[in-house]
Design a protein around this ligand. Structure first.
Ligand code: 0PR
Length: 389
C-alpha cells in the first residue's frame, strides 16, 4: 500500500483500527490460555502512556527516569534475595538472556566457547548463541523435566564458559536444581545464569504463601545473573524484561561509553540504544502499587485455579498432566489421543493454547477466571467424547 498524500483525522483512523483489530484474540475473553502475557495493570498502562517521551538511551536527558530504573532494579533484587543487585529493564526475556551470555563471554576472554543449557531452554538461548558465536550444548532432562545435573557435568569441557538453569521452563514451568548447578559452577569457575523470565514474578510470592519453592535466586551463591520479566507475571506493559546481575561490576561488563549525546556523555549497557523509559516507569509503578501483598494475591489466585485444573484434567478419561504444576502452568497430555488432534479441536472452539510435541501448555494468567477454567474443562470432555467417536 502506498502512503497517502493527505492525512486522515483521528476519528476515521480510530474507527478503522477498531474494526480491523476486532478479529484478534483479547485477554478479556478468557480464551487465551497458552500465553505468558496478560492485560497490563491499569495503572501501569496509564503511566506508560503518560511518559512515552522518556528515553533511557540518553540518560543524561532523563536522570530522574534513570534513578527510577535503578530503584526498580533494587526492588527486583530484594524480591530475588539480593538488595545489592543491579541491571536493567530491557525489551524482554530474549534481550536479557542475550545480555547474560554476552557478559559470560566477555568475562571468559576466550574464543570457541560453549554454554550448557537444559534441553528445555527457551529458543532465546539459541538466538543468543548464534549472535554471539557461542556453541550451545543441551543437557538432558530427568523424568521430572528438570535438567539432569549429571548430564551437565558430563557435557562440561575446557571450552565451557557458562551454565544456565531455568526457574519456570517455557513448556511446563519446572524449576531446575539451581543449587546443584551452583556447586558445579563454583567448582569449575563458570558463569551461572538463571532464566526466571516467567518464574521470577511467581516463585517468591508462592514461597510467601507457603508453597514449597526450591531455591533459584541470588540466595544460591553461584548465581551471577537472573532474567525476570515484568511483562509476563509482573503485569507490566510490553516491552518489559529484566536482566538482574548480582552486583554492579557484573552489570558493567557489557557497557559502552557514548560521549556525544545531547544529555552529555553516557553509558549504555543494553543491546538497544534508544530505549523506553516508559517501560521502566510502568514497572516501577506496578511494583510500588501492588507491593508484595498484591503480587501474592494475584499469584495465589492463579495457582489455586491451576491446581484445580490439574486435578480435574485426569478425571476426563484419556487425559492426564505431564507433571504436577510447580507454578501456574499445566501440561495437558494423553496416552490415548494425539495431542495435536486435541489442540486442533480446542482451537476450533477458539481456545488459544500452546502446542508442544508431547503436551498442550495451559498457562493460567491473571486474566483467566474460574468460569473460563470450567468452560475449558467442559470443552475438553466434549472433545474427548468426539475423538472416541
Ligand atoms: N525465557 C523463558 C523461560 C521464556 O518462557 C521466554 C518466553 C523467554 C525467555 C523470552 O522472553 P521474551 O519473549 O520476552 O523475549 N516465553 C514465552 C513463550 O515462548 C513468550 C510468549 C509470551 C509467547 C506470550 C507467546 C505469548 O503469547 O511461550
Amino acid at each position: 500500500m502506498k502512503m497517502q498524500v493527505k492525512g486522515l483525522p483521528e476519528k476515521t483512523l480510530l474507527r478503522e483500527l477498531e474494526s480491523r483489530l476486532k478479529g484478534d484474540f483479547s485477554f478479556n475473553s478468557g480464551r487465551i490460555v497458552g500465553s505468558m502475557c496478560t492485560n497490563p495493570h491499569p495503572l501501569a498502562r496509564k503511566m506508560y502512556a503518560r511518559f512515552l517521551d522518556k528515553n533511557l538511551g540518553d540518560s543524561g536527558l532523563f536522570p530522574a527516569v534513570t534513578a527510577l530504573e535503578e530503584e526498580t532494579l533494587k526492588m527486583l533484587g530484594t524480591v530475588l534475595s539480593n538488595p545489592e543487585a543491579s541491571g536493567h529493564i530491557v525489551t524482554g526475556g530474549t534481550e536479557a538472556n542475550v545480555l547474560a551470555l554476552w557478559t559470560a563471554r566477555k568475562l571468559a576472554k576466550k574464543t570457541n566457547c560453549e554454554v550448557i543449557v537444559p534441553a528445555s531452554a527457551h529458543c532465546s538461548f539459541d538466538k543468543a548463541a548464534d549472535l554471539l558465536g557461542l556453541k550451545i550444548v543441551k543437557a538432558r532432562l530427568n523424568d521430572r523435566f528438570q535438567v539432569d545435573v549429571e548430564s551437565v557435568k558430563k557435557a562440561a569441557t575446557p571450552k565451557t564458559i557458562a551454565l544456565v538453569g531455568i526457574a519456570g521452563t517455557t513448556a511446563l514451568g519446572v524449576v531446575d536444581p539451581v543449587d546443584e548447578l551452583s556447586e558445579l559452577a563454583l567448582e569449575k569457575n563458570l558463569y551461572l545464569h538463571v532464566d526466571a523470565a516467567f518464574g521470577g514474578f511467581v516463585l517468591p510470592f508462592l514461597k510467601d504463601l507457603g508453597y514449597k519453592v526450591p531455591d533459584f535466586d541470588f540466595a544460591v551463591p553461584g548465581v551471577c545473573s537472573i532474567t525476570v520479566d515484568p511483562h509476563k507475571m509482573g503485569l507490566a506493559p510490553i516491552p518489559a524484561g529484566g536482566i538482574v546481575f548480582r552486583n554492579e561490576s557484573l552489570r558493567k561488563v557489557v557497557s559502552w561509553d557514548i560521549p556525544y549525546l545531547s544529555g552529555g556523555e553516557t553509558e549504555q549497557a543494553t543491546l538497544v540504544g534508544t530505549r523506553s523509559g516508559a517501560s521502566a516507569i510502568a514497572v516501577w509503578t506496578v511494583m510500588k502499587h501492588l507491593g508484595r501483598e498484591g503480587y501474592r494475591k494475584t499469584v495465589g489466585k492463579c495457582m489455586h485455579l491451576t491446581v484445580k485444573l490439574a486435578e480435574e484434567i485426569p478425571k476426563i478419561r484419556g487425559l492426564s498432566v505431564a507433571t504436577e504444576p510447580t507454578m501456574n502452568i499445566v501440561g495437558l497430555k494423553s496416552d490415548t489421543f494425539d495431542v495435536r488432534r486435541i489442540a486442533e479441536e480446542l482451537r476450533l472452539r477458539k481456545w488459544a493454547i500452546s502446542l508442544f510435541p508431547r503436551h498442550i501448555r495451559i498457562v493460567i494468567m491473571p486474566h483467566v477466571q474460574e468460569k473460563h477454567v470450567e468452560e475449558l474443562l467442559q470443552d475438553l470432555s466434549k472433545i474427548v467424547d468426539k475423538l472416541r467417536g
